[in-house]
Design a protein. Structure first.
Length: 437
């Protein structure tokens, strides 16, 4: 196994044959377990059918049950054996799936899958047991009371009853899993409000495809109505969840640089182990996304979260608030480089932008001028233009101070109305700036 400079620093690379070999071993174990369990279910399947049919309130008693096609009955029994075997081995299959997929998932994708697997298996099993033991028998009872015709005898095809119950179960199960997937996805911010979100479309596509496969020929006419119900009902249920309305992190907005290239900026508000004060988001440009961090150079989890956001939101520029970006881990820098994302910093921890005795008005102005750099981090000239716009848009009398090297001289003490301007040399021919070297 070799180290790969991938999306996240923990990414590793394996040859495709290694993945296929691992998948083959896991599938072989599952197939062997499936066959053993299927053999066991084959000996008790008729008793299971007898128990289930006894719970269905037939209009004229059990004598009204009929098997019109012996071959269809054999197919039904072996279908039931296969489904019961799959259900029995599902926890093991889920564990094998998790072990195989987990190394290649991002953090929030791992959280989504680790929530879906146990909740889906437990909740789905409860729904299946409830549906076959109580739900479908009550459905047949209501159909009998509403649709019987006096003087006309009723005969029930066992195969058709099984097919209807199976289709009903699949629909309810898909609705549950679809709603759960959308709810958890929105709670983890994997699914946005965009109707064409990629994960949302994939969930709907998989559900509709499975629904089409499991819909029996006799109920194909209801497929379109069932599909629309599945999609809209799952979205409605997901919208009812408190997770759908929770406060989400601030996302970046796309802007264009002077060359017409798209830019998406993410500012990492790093507290540097509670040494660097938090930023006021109201002082940031509207295009800047925000991520809170305690010490990104020391916390691998925060590094992974940053790289995941860069990959998912297609961030082009990452700006660190506390430092200039140089102390960040090397594997993080390599991951950002692989994703064509530049890294820079405001270095606010080592720079004083206003005097100690400055009033709140001067502090606010100094922060706005300094944070304007974060909205255009791809070049010094773009940063200077953003700062110039803030400076020209205010009328507070102040003394702007900078240096030709953009490095604040050691020991500099700013007065109450002094404001430090980064890259002030680029603005000296447009506004009055006191240069200190």
């Amino acid at each position: 196994m070799i180290i790969l400079d991938g999306v996240v620093p923990t990414d590793t690379s394996q040859h495709v044959m290694n993945h296929l070999a691992e998948a083959s071993k896991r599938i072989q174990r599952l197939v062997f377990a499936f066959l053993l369990v299927a053999i066991i279910w084959a000996f008790v399947i008729e008793d299971m059918f007898a128990w289930w049919l006894a719970r269905i309130p037939l209009a004229e008693g059990a004598g009204s049950l009929t098997i019109y096609s012996p071959y269809a009955w054999l197919d039904t029994k072996w279908t039931a054996v296969g489904l019961l075997a799959i259900w029995t081995t599902l926890p093991w299959a889920a564990l094998e799936l998790w072990k195989f997929a987990e190394p290649g998932l991002l953090q929030r994708e791992k959280a989504w899958l680790s929530t879906m697997i146990p909740t889906g298996i437990l909740g789905g099993s409860v729904l299946v047991i409830w549906g076959w033991g109580w739900g479908f028998p009550r459905l047949v009872e209501m159909a009998n009371s509403a649709g019987m015709i006096d003087g006309v005898g009723a005969h029930y095809d066992v195969v058709s009853l099984f097919a209807m119950a199976l289709a009903f179960t699949w629909f309810v199960l898909l609705l549950f899993l679809q709603s759960l997937g959308l709810t958890v996805g929105r709670g983890l911010d994997l699914i946005t409000e965009d109707p064409l979100d990629s994960l949302r479309l994939r969930l709907h596509f998989v559900s509709v495809t499975i629904l089409y496969i499991v819909t029996p020929p006799a109920l194909q006419g209801l497929f379109l109505a069932a599909t629309l119900t599945l999609i809209f009902a799952s979205e409605f249920i997901a919208n009812l969840s408190p997770l759908s309305s929770r406060t989400r992190g601030r996302k970046s907005q796309t802007i264009f640089d002077s060359e017409g290239d798209e830019r998406r900026v993410l500012l990492v508000d790093c507290a540097c182990v509670d040494v660097c004060p938090r930023l006021d988001q109201e002082q940031l440009g509207k295009n800047i996304g925000m991520m809170l961090a305690n010490a990104i150079c020391l916390n691998p989890g925060e590094v992974g979260h940053l790289c995941e956001r860069v990959a998912r939101e297609q961030i082009t520029d990452v700006v660190i608030s506390g430092c200039d970006g140089s102390p960040t881990p090397g594997n993080m820098k390599r991951s950002l480089e692989v994703m064509n994302c530049s890294l820079s910093g405001l270095n606010r921890l080592s720079t004083s932008i206003h005097g100690d005795s400055a009033t709140p008005e001067y502090i606010d102005l100094a922060n706005r001028i300094d944070l304007a750099r974060a909205s255009r981090p791809w070049s010094h000239s773009a940063q200077s233009r953003a700062q110039l716009k803030v400076i020209q848009g205010q009328d507070l009398p102040s003394t702007l101070i900078s240096s030709s090297t953009s490095i604040q001289p050691w020991g500099l003490r700013l007065q109450a109305d002094d404001i430090w301007v980064h890259n002030g040399s680029n603005l000296s021919d447009q506004i009055d700036i006191q240069m200190i070297d």
